[in-house]
Design a protein around this ligand. Structure first.
Ligand SMILES: Nc1nc2c(ncn2[C@@H]2O[C@H](COP(=O)(O)OP(=O)(O)OP(=O)(O)O)[C@@H](O)[C@H]2O)c(=O)[nH]1
Ligand SMILES: [Mg+2]
Length: 369
């Protein structure tokens, strides 16, 4: 079974049918139980509990897929609907078909090199499998896009935690990409997991930035440390000292991203990292680069520039709800080679998801499935 089918089975409404059937069976059985003995009642209860367990497991898998569906609406109406139209337009696979497909994928921000590789693989498969009908290709297209992302690697979207002290997570990225908002959202999630969170406002460059982070800390009810107009590294120092004193589990550090001055930014990040290294065994656990999905290929160039000045461990891709070009996730993987760990799908505290390639693909292609 291809990936297309697998994902479809995982999330689509056929599951609901199955669930309804199960409910019906249980109801029927319950009616029958009325006439049965105590012993068989117990047996039925056991079966019922097993069913419940199975259902809960399934629901967990489907958990949050609706948020992906909603957040990727624009992309679905954009490039994915163009893809579906293409399949309807052509009755056979011709050179024009390939050219049009290539154009749609490039317009979707997937990245030129990725698209070229993808087209080569697709042409080969069409030839080898003697495919002539474009409607058969849509499954293969989804399969191959997934393969590009996974590419035989074990992708880790997990956040690393420091076992011997507070876990420090640094957030970097240019102005306005959504660093502060992302920190608020992640704090909200981690707090729900039972962790004690401290937000540290080390973006002392822009007026009001520290206050904005403080507001988030109040909104999601977590700790806060920050000082306006101070040296960022010294704020980080004081923040971590407080985290150690008050036994915080995770420290989320907001920084100022002035990429226009690369040398200064590099020096500042080096200084911050030195402070962290001196206070916490193993240093920062994660350095997450926050990227705005609506900036497309520009965002990719920014990511490469940041990669030159510091060690990035993961990417947070924000504002995926605001773009019709959701293909950027694939381009990041191809051209930057860093896993996307979280995606932002809106402005509210709930609108952040740990990145899951299967949910993402379902959210994008569900209308084609
Ligand atoms: N639609 C949408 N908007 C978002 C998302 N993430 C952030 N935003 C919005 O983007 C704007 C900028 O977000 P900030 O968190 O202030 O960005 P920043 O990187 O901290 O910006 P500076 O502090 O100026 O460097 C705000 O209006 C956010 O509400 C998202 O996932 N979706
Ligand atoms: Mg900010």
């Amino acid at each position: 079974m291809g990936l297309f089918q697998k994902i479809k089975n995982m999330f689509s409404s056929s599951d609901k049918k199955e669930e309804n059937n199960e409910v019906e069976v249980v109801q029927k059985e319950q009616e029958e139980i009325g006439n049965e003995t105590e012993v068989s009642k117990k047996e039925t209860l056991k079966i019922e509990n097993k069913r419940k367990e199975k259902k809960e497991k399934k629901e967990k898998k489907k958990d949050n897929v609706e948020i992906y569906e909603k957040g990727l609406t624009k992309s679905r109406q954009g490039f994915v609907s163009r893809l579906a139209n293409l399949t309807n337009k052509y009755h056979s696979i011709t050179e024009e078909y390939f050219e049009e497909l290539e154009e749609i994928l490039i317009m979707a921000d997937i990245g030129v090199n990725t698209v070229m590789d993808f087209m080569d693989r697709l042409r080969e498969r069409v030839k080898a499998e003697h495919i002539t009908d474009p409607s058969m290709l849509k499954e293969i297209i989804v399969d191959e896009l997934f393969i590009i992302y996974v590419n035989d690697e074990v992708l880790s979207n997990r956040i690393h935690y420091n076992e011997n002290g507070p876990t420090i997570i640094l957030f970097i990225g240019v102005n306005g990409v959504g660093k502060t908002t992302t920190i608020g959202k992640i704090a909200y999630q981690l707090k729900k997991e039972g962790k004690k969170i401290l937000l540290v406002g080390a973006d002392t460059f822009r007026a009001g930035a520290v206050d904005q982070l403080k507001e988030w800390s109040e909104k999601v009810e977590v700790g806060f440390f920050g000082k306006e107009k101070s040296d960022p590294a010294s704020v980080v120092y004081d923040g971590i000292m407080q985290a150690k004193e008050d036994n915080y589990d995770v420290v989320l550090v907001d920084t100022a991203g002035r990429l226009q001055n690369k040398v200064n930014l590099m020096k500042e990040l080096e200084k911050i990292n030195k402070v962290i290294d001196s206070l916490v065994d193993g240093g920062a656990s994660e350095t997450l680069l926050v990227m705005d999905a609506t900036t497309g290929q520009n965002g990719i160039s920014q990511a490469k520039a940041f990669q030159e000045i510091t060690n990035i461990t993961g990417i947070v891709l924000t504002k995926l709800d605001g773009t019709a070009k959701g293909g950027i996730v694939l381009a990041i993987k191809e051209s930057v080679g860093i896993p996307v760990k979280y995606i932002g799908l809106g402005e509210a505290k709930e609108d952040l998801q740990v990145f899951d390639i299967e949910k993402y693909i379902y959210g994008l292609f569900k209308d084609m499935m």
